[in-house]
Ligand binder design. Structure first.
Ligand code: UT7
Length: 339
């Protein structure tokens, strides 16, 4: 059998209309636009404010746009993966809800939990499924409604996160040297104390006690996570460049997970990649967890050209981290016309 390469053939995205600005946050907690811009680099983030809507709503909007842009027949989709930390429900899976709403008749779907590395990991899983030859078309959606787990009385975390979703279509080709070229993925298991949600899981199920003590919100020890994020993402980039005989000059774009502009700047510096080659939109959306990388692809699709070497890198709760090398297959400018 000829070798099959997994390629991204389109990107769809969705961000909610409501814009939560630094000014508004500074009326909610003791913070300022100056502090947030200087320490984090976020100006505003999108929030899904409508009651009764969860992650699947954004996921389905992103996937719908993806199907429209690519013209893919919904009946031709074999599988749909939703990677998220904020599923609609503990069960059923958010993927099952999205499949139902989109009316995909021939797909199976599952949720994939890898925090901020969700896109990186699930793209690799989808790529392997495509390479096996058993599946032809897979939708990978990264979606998070971080506002559902953020404590808007905690200034250390509430300024950081936003809501959003982005979807990619992963297909196969026998063309050589395109698409997903290599992935270096790791989970070190050291991260639990530093980034987690204390209650609501099987260790500490929801109760009056957990609600009274505000244990259903994201907890983060920012400084520690910051250090691990910089060290891991920069060494992961260097590892993927080295083992593919690439230098910074060969790379068109680095697309990093976006948690803090200072992390991105430090990673680029350490990995010896000029900042001009890094796709950054954190100022508009904040940290949308799994969605940051595909949202950046969606936002800046017009910049991407056939043959561009892209490096994705991410870091998140667990700790999960890694980098992958991807060769882009279409001119983004023509695709954005359909946005
Ligand atoms: O995507 C998942 C992975 N997550 C990350 O990668 C996030 C990594 N961490 C970070 O991005 C940063 O550590 C934060 C943005 C969370 C915090 O920035 P920092 O520069 O590490 O600040 P800090 O925690 O060291 O706090 C410095 C000071 C403290 O005050 P004192 O103790 O020095 O008086 C904080 O209380 O800044 C204070 N502070 C704030 N002040 C104004 C913390 N948050 C705020 C705020 N506004 N929003």
């Amino acid at each position: 059998m000829e070798k099959i390469n997994a390629i991204i053939t389109g990107v769809g995205g969705y961000v909610p209309d409501y814009i939560l600005t630094n000014e508004e946050l500074s009326r909610m907690v003791d913070t300022t636009d100056e502090w947030i811009m200087e320490r984090v680099g976020i100006k505003e983030r999108r929030i899904l404010t409508e009651e009764g809507l969860g992650t699947s709503y954004m996921a389905r909007k992103a996937a719908k746009q993806l199907l429209e842009k690519t013209g893919a027949d919904p009946d031709s989709i074999d599988a749909l993966i939703v990677t998220t930390t904020t599923p609609d429900y503990k069960f059923p899976s958010t993927a099952s809800i999205v499949i139902g709403k989109l009316g995909l008749k021939n797909a199976f779907g599952f949720d994939f939990s890898a925090a901020c590395c969700g896109f990186l990991y699930s793209l690799d899983v989808a790529s392997t499924m495509i390479q096996s030859g058993r599946y032809k078309r897979i939708i990978v959606i990264a979606a998070d409604k971080m506002s559902s787990v953020v404590d808007y009385t905690d200034r250390q975390t509430c300024v950081l996160f936003g809501d959003g979703a982005a979807a990619v279509l992963v297909e196969g080709t026998t063309e050589e040297n395109v698409g997903v070229q290599d992935s270096f993925l790791r989970t070190d298991g050291k991260g639990l104390p530093f980034l987690h949600m204390k209650a609501g899981g099987s260790v500490c199920p929801a109760s009056q006690f957990t609600v009274d003590r505000r244990l259903h919100y994201l907890y983060q020890e920012g400084r520690t996570v910051f250090k691990y994020a910089v060290t891991s993402m920069s060494s992961d980039i260097m590892e993927i460049l080295k083992r593919n005989n690439l230098s910074g000059d060969d790379v068109a774009w680095v697309v990093p997970h976006e948690a803090n502009l200072r992390i991105i700047e430090a990673v680029a510096k350490r990995a010896n990649v000029p900042l001009e080659k890094v796709i950054i939109n954190i100022q508009h959306y904040g940290n949308t967890s799994a969605a940051t990388i595909p949202l950046a692809l969606w936002d800046e699709e017009a910049k991407l050209k056939k043959g561009d070497n892209l490096i994705f890198t991410a870091f998140g709760a667990g700790f999960v981290h890694g980098a992958s090398y991807y060769k882009w297959v279409y001119d983004g400018a023509s695709a954005t016309a359909k946005k």
